[in-house]
Ligand binder design. Sequence first.
Ligand code: PAN
Ligand code: ZN
Length: 190
Amino acid sequence: MVKPDLSPFTTLLNEDGTLQPERGVVERRLSDMKEMFQKIPDSIGDPILYHVYLIPVPEKNSELQSSTTVLYPGTVGSEYYMTKGHFHEIRDRSEVYMGISGEGRLVMATEDGEVAVEPMRPGSINYVPGGWAHRSVNVGEEPLVFFATYVGDAGHDYGTIEEEGFPVLVVKGEEGPEVVENPRYTGRTR
Ligand code: PAN
Ligand code: ZN
């Protein structure tokens, strides 16, 4: 017989992507991820780039963590606002994203430099297999809101991306978003 650790519970999603009740919030400003943008204009200040609203559960592989992310619209130089991006600390742990509002790109990369860029929009369901680092980019004019759920003990390795970057960047071009090579990427390439 399995004796459950938790009792069932329900969380409500508000239209703006916040959760009710609020159980935990992470705020990320430009100053938290300075190294990740190619060039930061002096006049930009220290805007909030995104909030993550958490539904925390025990960090075990038998549970599922979940959260919503509200990634605001904007650019830093030619790059759109984006999340820090990470591998999972336990590399093979997978994740599912579901788009709620706004328009984005989900940039993913393996440790040996394979790249995938997938669309995020209301109703998109992105599967992030184990072993793929992931970063969301808001390419629209509205907040990009999405729900994420992932294996409970996955953990987050931000350090590898901080050091190496992603192999590609999503930049604002004349005709809209463009995926270009990251000149500062120092990881392996395929
Ligand atoms: C997401 C992300 C969230 C914020 O819930 O944690 O979108 O991005 P960073 O964690 O890269 O700052 C997720 O992928 N969790 O595993
Ligand atoms: Zn993740």
